[in-house]
Design a protein around this ligand. Structure first.
Ligand code: DX5
Ligand code: ZN
Length: 247
């Protein structure tokens, strides 16, 4: 599946707000504001408090939200029992699922299970995990999730080496003739977005440092993200990713 493009053949960069960072006490209102700002994809972090020491949202929240919005559901599993959660969210109705290569005992089988459900399958890589972990599952992938923070918590700072990793992931996929979308997740801030997009990111998981920043409304923040995306696409077109972009 190659990265989507818009009518003007500009690459289309998805913005996927991270629901764990939303106002969970007024979630439906928050979702309506995001939809009004043009958001059509939502990122759900499912954690089991084992693979990562946190559990911000659960299956019930995804299930209750499903009938309330047409947005694509992008599920990021940070759990030990991947196959259980794959079946559970497939039952609810989601569009893509990323599983961590570090938690999947049988990664090939789990990715095949996701695709057997008719759902796009992604492999998520922690900052320290090399791209070679993807070597033998490239034919099972619909996207790659490059973690730009260590998973489990919102509000962290980007791991600097991951900016270079995004560019190296794009080159790695190109070398293997698989032009898959790259999703990035963690400190996707107004400042980092141009670097991430110029490096090759196609799906941005937006959290506390952008779409949910307290300084602006949801609409204002989405507009600021879109401006940052435009800057990144210009950089990508003109000079690609430069190591000097590392924070
Ligand atoms: C962390 C989650 C992210 C997180 C992003 O493990 O995968 O989705 O919510 O939050 P920020 O944007 O604050 O880093
Ligand atoms: Zn996530």
């Amino acid at each position: 599946m190659s990265a989507p493009t818009t009518a003007s053949s500009e690459p289309y960069i998805h913005i996927a707000p991270s629901v764990m960072c939303a106002d969970l006490c007024n979630l439906e209102t928050d979702i309506r504001e995001l939809e009004a700002a043009g958001i059509n994809m939502l990122h759900f972090d499912l954690m089991d408090a084992h693979f990562v020491p946190n559990m911000p949202i659960g299956l019930a929240l995804i299930e209750q939200l499903r009938p309330k919005t047409d947005a694509a559901f992008d599920v990021h599993l940070m759990v030990e029992n991947n196959d259980f959660f794959v079946d559970a969210v497939a039952e609810i109705g989601v569009q893509q699922i990323a599983v961590h290569v570090e938690s999947a005992t049988h990664l090939d089988r789990t990715l095949s299970l996701i695709q057997a459900h008719g759902i796009k399958a992604g492999a998520a890589l922690n900052p320290a995990t090399p791209l070679s972990a993807l070597d033998y599952v490239l034919d099972r992938l619909d996207f790659v999730l490059v973690m730009t923070v260590n998973p489990g918590f919102a509000g962290q700072k980007v791991v600097p080496a991951t900016l270079r990793k995004i560019a190296e992931c794009r080159a790695f996929l190109h070398e293997h003739a698989v032009d898959l979308p790259i999703e990035v997740d963690g400190n996707v801030s107004f400042e980092n977005i141009p670097k991430m997009v110029s490096a090759g990111a196609d799906i941005l998981v937006a959290g506390t440092s952008s779409v949910f920043q307290k300084s602006g409304s949801r609409l204002e923040n989405v507009q600021r993200i879109q401006q940052a995306i435009t800057l990144g696409l210009t950089k990508r077109k003109n000079d690609g990713y430069q190591l000097s972009d590392v924070v």
